[in-house]
Design a protein around this ligand. Structure first.
Ligand SMILES: C[S@@+](CC[C@H](N)C(=O)[O-])C[C@H]1O[C@@H](n2cnc3c(N)ncnc32)[C@H](O)[C@@H]1O
Length: 242
């Protein structure tokens, strides 16, 4: 149904719409153009340093909500817009957390999103590389991450929407796409409570490789979980002491 169809459109409005269309034609997504994207039922503001949250990452939030104990403490590394810990804390008033990113600009967006969704008083933000950003002697019930996991050589072959607009820092996982997982696997045990667990998002073809890294480091039982498309998406790795 057309509304106000007989109303003339001002020349200035036509130019504004044309400019937005030109941006879209370069491959910039509608979410980037309007500056926010919906995730787990809430809107998250984006900036040029944040990955656009993807619907498949909602599985990580569902799983975190299932396993985080009452009063639990969560660490999210590589938080981007903060979509993962903010969604968890918004649904669990008893939980607290720490969110880290190497990018100060991404953290600024995440802080704004935490305020917008009423969890800023329960979520600390820290800048730095992986566990280097976390205060010494902190311990968590749950460590989550959706790290950059695309093979460096493949990044150049991605669609323009992703390659030209999502930040490289959020995409490039090193020569085999597994570099951040090796760091997480190696160090997570030092930051987990004895009955703690790690949940990481993975690329669809990385389930076996990432699960094998956790098993070799003594985690278990390690499981690979599929998303709604039936693709491997999350590896769950409890401390063996649990
Ligand atoms: C795939 S994005 C995920 C963003 C967000 N968690 C999500 O799921 O939408 C990976 C994030 O890791 C961050 N990152 C990259 N290298 C990092 C490092 N060495 N230490 C901490 N964060 C890093 C990027 O800036 C980016 O925000």
């Amino acid at each position: 149904m057309a509304l106000r169809e007989n109303e003339p459109v001002e020349a200035e409005a036509v130019e504004r719409i044309a400019a937005l269309m030109r941006r879209r034609l370069t491959g910039e997504s509608v979410a980037r153009i309007i500056g926010e994207r919906e995730f787990y039922g809430s809107a998250f503001a984006l900036n040029r340093a944040t990955l656009e949250p993807r619907p498949e990452t909602e599985l990580l939030v569902d799983m975190a909500l299932d396993v985080l104990p009452k009063g639990g403490r969560l660490l999210d590394m590589g938080t981007g817009t903060g979509c993962i810990p903010i969604s968890v804390l918004a649904n669990r008033a008893d939980a607290t957390g720490v969110a880290t990113d190497l990018s100060a600009e991404a953290l600024a967006a995440a802080r704004g999103n935490a305020e917008r969704h009423g969890v800023a008083d329960r979520l600390d933000f820290r800048q730095g590389s992986w566990f280097g950003a976390v205060a010494a002697a902190s311990r968590f019930n749950l460590i989550v991450s959706n790290p950059p996991y695309i093979n460096s050589a493949v990044v150049e072959t991605l669609s323009p929407e992703v390659r030209d607009f999502d930040p490289r820092l959020a995409l490039d996982g090193g020569p085999d796409g597994l570099a951040p997982y090796r760091i997480i696997v190696k160090e997570a045990g030092n930051w987990l409570q004895p009955d703690g667990r790690v949940l990481v998002e993975i690329g669809r073809d990385q389930g076996e490789a990432v699960a094998a890294l956790f098993r070799a480091a003594g985690f278990g039982p390690v499981a690979v979980h599929k998303d709604l498309n039936g693709l491997d998406r999350v590896v769950s790795a409890p401390c063996l002491t649990s």
